[in-house]
Design a protein around this ligand. Structure first.
Ligand code: THU
Length: 134
């Protein structure tokens, strides 16, 4: 059901629409839902700097709006970082709401270098999931 290549290419495409006139740091994300649908996200900044929305959260919001609740993989890419880009702390928390510990995150750098990690690796000591079941 889809492969890494498709997801990475989608994240690269998403970064083309980045709205980042303040940081000039473009980011694209491609999130694969459990049913195989891929959702794109990009970072959307604001002149009130603290309101910037990351690419990863943009993708999550689009997908959840479409009724999705479970994601298996996400690719994250920036043409402005040689280092494969990993999500900020806030995005790790938001991704972990909908991605299981074994879900895959593909970090991609500007030269195409990749680094693949599980949700459990990037979100150790994950907590509070049982708040849902009370
Ligand atoms: N950013 C993302 O969209 N995703 C990341 O993983 C890292 C940071 C955005 C936020 C801000 O618009 C810009 O990149 C610089 O931090």
């Amino acid at each position: 059901m889809g492969n890494d290549e498709e997801l990475v290419e989608s994240a690269m495409r998403a970064a083309e629409n980045s709205y980042s006139p303040y940081s000039k740091f473009r980011v694209g994300a491609a999130l694969r839902a459990a049913d195989g649908t891929v959702y794109l996200g990009t970072n959307v900044e604001n002149r009130s700097y603290g309101l910037a929305i990351c690419a990863e959260r943009s993708a999550i919001v689009r997908a959840v709006t479409d009724g999705q609740r479970r994601f298996t993989d996400i690719a994250i890419y920036s043409p402005d970082s040689v280092e494969p880009l990993s999500p900020c702390g806030a995005c790790r928390q938001v991704l972990s709401e909908f991605m299981r510990p074994e879900a895959r995150l593909i970090f991609v750098g500007s030269n195409g270098a990749r680094s693949v990690h599980s949700m459990a690796e990037v979100m150790p000591f994950d907590a509070l999931h049982d708040l849902k079941d009370r």
